[in-house]
Design a protein around this ligand. Structure first.
Ligand SMILES: NC(=O)c1ccc[n+]([C@@H]2O[C@H](COP(=O)([O-])OP(=O)(O)OC[C@H]3O[C@@H](n4cnc5c(N)ncnc54)[C@H](O)[C@@H]3O)[C@@H](O)[C@H]2O)c1
Ligand SMILES: [Zn+2]
Length: 406
C-alpha cells in the first residue's frame, strides 16, 4: 500500500515537473546548391545570376563582393570581370561598389581587425538580410568572410566562390566558418550553411602548384575513410593529377566535394555536436603541425603528413594490413607531398613531443571523449578512443627513416 502511495506521488511529481516545462522544438531544413562550372565570370554563364535569384527571381539583388588578394595578384583582370558580369546582368545584380580586396591566406584569420573591417563595410553599404555577400577566394578568406556574413545582422546570405583546390573540394562546400584567436585555430566561428557555392575550375588555373597539390590531400583523405574505389581512381589518375590535367582535377574535386557533402547531409551530425570528427582523418597531428610551423606548412601538406602518420599508426595498432600504409604514402608522394617535417620532432622543455599535444587540442575542440579516425582498410575509417603514445613515436620514427632513405 505504502508503495502504491509513493508511486502515485511520484507520478504526480513527474507531472508537475512536466507542466513546468515547455519543450520548445522546431526543425529547419537546410538546402543549398553547389554548382560545378567553368567560366563563371563570363557574361554568358548564367550560374551566378541564377544562384542569386533562386528564391526571388524578379528582384534586383544587392551584392557586396570580397575578393582574395592572392587571386587578384595572379589574375588582376578579375575585378573587371566581376564588374562586367554585374553590368551584363544588371536586372539581377546590383553591386554596391567595386569588389573589395581582402588579405588571402591565414593572415585574414589571425587578426580580428579584418573581421571588424568587413563588418564596417557591410554597414557602410547598407547590406541587409536580403542582400548577398559574395566571397571569392581561398579557404581562409572564405572562413573569415563566412563568419562576417553569419554574424552581421545575425546572418546575411553568403555565396561562396572557392578559388583553391582545397576550398573547392572541401572547406568551401561545407557549413563551417571561423577565425583564429589567442593562437587557437578556428576558436571563433559558427556553423552556417551558405546560400550557394559556385565551383569554377577555371579559377584554379593560376593557383600556384603548391596549393594545387595541397588541396589533393583532402581527396586522398576522404577516399581513404569512405571510398576505396575513389582511392584506386586517384592511383590510376595520379599522373594526370600531378600534372594538373583539367579533366582529372575537375573529377577529383567533384567526387571529393560530394563525399564531404554526403557526410554533412547524412552523417547524422552536420553541426558536430557529438565527439566525433569523422572527416578529420590525419588531422589531429596536422592541426598541430600547422601551428608549430606558424602556418608555413599548408593545411593540405600537414594533412598529408598526418595521414601517413595515422596510416602507419593504424598498422602498428593492428587495424590496417601491413603494406597498405606504404601504398598510401606512395600515392601521396607521387602527387607531390613530402611526408616529413622536422617539427614532428619538436620537443617541450621536459622532452615530450610537441605534436602529441595535438591529441588533447583535437579533443578540446569538440569536448567529450577523444575520438580519432584511423583506418581498417583503404576506403574504411574506424573510430578509436585511445591513442598509444609509443606507437605515435614509432610512426614518426618510421616517417623520418622513410624520408631519409628517399
Ligand atoms: N571551414 C571549413 O570547413 C574548413 C575546412 C578545411 C580547411 N579550412 C580552412 O581553410 C584554410 C586553408 O584554405 P586554402 O588551402 O584554400 O588556402 P588559403 O585560403 O590559405 O590560400 C592559400 C594562398 O592562395 C592564395 N589564393 C587563393 N586563391 C588563389 C588563386 N586562385 N590563385 C592564386 N592564389 C590564390 C591565397 O591568397 C593564399 O595566399 C585554413 O584556414 C583552414 O583552416 C576550413
Ligand atoms: Zn582538412
Amino acid at each position: 500500500m505504502a508503495e502504491r502511495i509513493r508511486s502515485a506521488r511520484g507520478t504526480r511529481a513527474a507531472k508537475a515537473r512536466d507542466e513546468s516545462v515547455h519543450m520548445q522544438r522546431f526543425t529547419i531544413t537546410y538546402e543549398y546548391p553547389v554548382h560545378f562550372t567553368d567560366g563563371l565570370l563570363r557574361p554568358g554563364n548564367p550560374t551566378l545570376a541564377r544562384a542569386l535569384s533562386r528564391l526571388e527571381p524578379d528582384r534586383r539583388h544587392r551584392c557586396i563582393v570580397f575578393v582574395d588578394d592572392g587571386i587578384i595578384a595572379v589574375r588582376p583582370e578579375i575585378t573587371g570581370e566581376i564588374m562586367g558580369y554585374a553590368a551584363a546582368h544588371r536586372e539581377t545584380i546590383e553591386l554596391v561598389g567595386p569588389p573589395i580586396p581582402v588579405p588571402g591566406g591565414e593572415r585574414i584569420k589571425n587578426e580580428l581587425f579584418f573581421v571588424e573591417q568587413m563588418q564596417g563595410q557591410l554597414v557602410e553599404h547598407r547590406i541587409d538580410r536580403h542582400s548577398y555577400v559574395i566571397a571569392i577566394g581561398g579557404g581562409a578568406m572564405l572562413d573569415a568572410v563566412g563568419l562576417v556574413a553569419a554574424t552581421t545582422h545575425r546572418g546575411i546570405r553568403l555565396i561562396r566562390v572557392p578559388t583553391t583546390v582545397l576550398a573547392q573540394d572541401d572547406s568551401g562546400v561545407g557549413v563551417k566558418n571561423g577565425v583564429n584567436l589567442l593562437g587557437v585555430k578556428n576558436l571563433v566561428g559558427t556553423f552556417a550553411p551558405p546560400f550557394a557555392v559556385l565551383n569554377d575550375i577555371d579559377l584554379l588555373a593560376r593557383l600556384p602548384d603548391r596549393d594545387k597539390i595541397a588541396g589533393m590531400a583532402e581527396a586522398v583523405k576522404v577516399a581513404l575513410i569512405r571510398d576505396g574505389e575513389f582511392f584506386a581512381w586517384l592511383e590510376r589518375h595520379a599522373e594526370d593529377l600531378m600534372t594538373f590535367q583539367r579533366p582529372a582535377l575537375a573529377r577529383m574535386i567533384r567526387r571529393c566535394a560530394e563525399l564531404h557533402m554526403h557526410q554533412i547531409a547524412h552523417g547524422g551530425d552536420p553541426f558536430e555536436t557529438g565527439s566525433a570528427r569523422p572527416l578529420d582523418y590525419g588531422h589531429w597531428s596536422a592541426h598541430k603541425l600547422e601551428s608549430l610551423t606558424r602556418h608555413h606548412v599548408r593545411h593540405g601538406e600537414a594533412v598529408a603528413i598526418g595521414m601517413a602518420l595515422d596510416a602507419r599508426y593504424s598498422v602498428l595498432a593492428g587495424l590496417l594490413a601491413p603494406g597498405a600504409e606504404e601504398r598510401i604514402c606512395t600515392l601521396l608522394e607521387f602527387l607531390g607531398f613530402r611526408l616529413w617535417h622536422p617539427a614532428l620532432e619538436s620537443t617541450r622543455p621536459h622532452g615530450e613531443l610537441a605534436v602529441v599535444e595535438g591529441l588533447r587540442e583535437f579533443q578540446e575542440h569538440l569536448g567529450g571523449e577523444l575520438t580519432v579516425t584511423l583506418l581498417e582498410d583503404i576506403g574504411r575509417g574506424i573510430e578509436v578512443h585511445e591513442i598509444e603514445e609509443a606507437w605515435v613515436l614509432e610512426a614518426i620514427a618510421w616517417l623520418k627513416q622513410r624520408d631519409q632513405s628517399a
